[in-house]
Write a protein that binds this ligand. Structure first.
Ligand code: PEP
Length: 253
């Protein structure tokens, strides 16, 4: 199974600090456990720069969002085709901040994933329950519905090209982290859902954990059987922390 550490920069950095961050990651990632796939997702304006700087390195450049349509009158939006033309090869879809602040439904998220898959890009599909859903014991149901609603349309061959990130909303940017038991049981649940599409889907789709993951708590999370690395927000903005997370993920190999 692949192990992946992906950094979601969100709406952070500016031209100079983005350049400095990409350079630091590229410069130091080379010597770290080559088996771990390293992905960075800078904001749209810095993607071309990041692709250029990452050329010839192990770093994969992803976008944080895309529009589901191929092109057209959607002022301010960015299509999967545009991303591909820049050399971007993956894209986060369904992040909880997109769901919460931009009203993205599972159906729209599924359309975005379909647009990416249609042109050979990798969707990094995020799912996860909020605090109230966990407290009321509905977290497994919520994640099941998110998966069905967004990914239900795909063939097994398509599903095998998706990366999933389980990100409990109550843990994102809050400093609260799922315990290793909470993470493992939800990842096992997601794996079981994938298994209903066949063993090869379950065996091939990496499931990343996201939510206040940092070098202090990552070791026990990444060590869990069904945790195949992490989607990292805050800690991905500090090169040393992000690279340390890559090192920790390497212990899984
Ligand atoms: C994220 O937004 O994907 C994330 C995991 O953020 P943080 O690590 O800051 O909680």
């Amino acid at each position: 199974m692949r192990t992946i550490v992906a950094g979601n920069w969100k709406m952070n950095t500016d031209r100079l600090s983005a350049e400095a961050l990409v350079s630091a990651v590229v410069q130091h990632a080379g010597g770290i456990v080559p088996e771990v796939e390293v992905i960075i997702a800078p904001p749209f304006p810095f993607l071309a720069m990041a692709v250029a700087k990452c050329e010839g390195s192990r770093i994969i450049v992803a976008a944080q969002n895309c529009h589901q349509a191929e092109k057209g009158a959607y002022t301010g939006e960015v299509s999967a085709t545009m991303l591909k033309s820049l050399g971007v090869t993956a894209c986060i879809v369904g992040h909880s901040e997109r769901r919460q602040y931009f009203g993205e439904s599972d159906a729209v998220i599924g359309e975005k994933a379909a647009a990416l898959l249609a042109i050979g890009l990798t969707p990094i599909f995020c799912c996860g329950e909020n605090q109230e859903e966990r407290t009321s014991g509905r977290h497994f149901h919520v994640v099941t519905e998110q998966m069905k609603g967004a990914l239900g349309r795909f063939s097994n061959a398509e599903l095998e090209r998706i990366v999933i990130a389980y990100e409990p909303v109550w843990a994102i940017g809050t400093g609260l982290t799922a315990s290793k038991e909470q993470a493992q049981e939800m990842h096992a649940h997601i794996r079981a859902l994938l298994h209903t599409h066949g063993a090869s889907v379950a065996e091939r789709v990496p499931i990343l954990y996201g939510g206040s993951c940092n070098p202090t708590n990552a070791e026990s999370l990444f060590a869990q059987l069904d945790v195949n690395g992490g989607l990292i927000g805050g800690a991905s903005l500090v090169a040393e922390q992000f690279l340390e997370l890559v090192r920790i993920a390497g212990k899984k190999q």
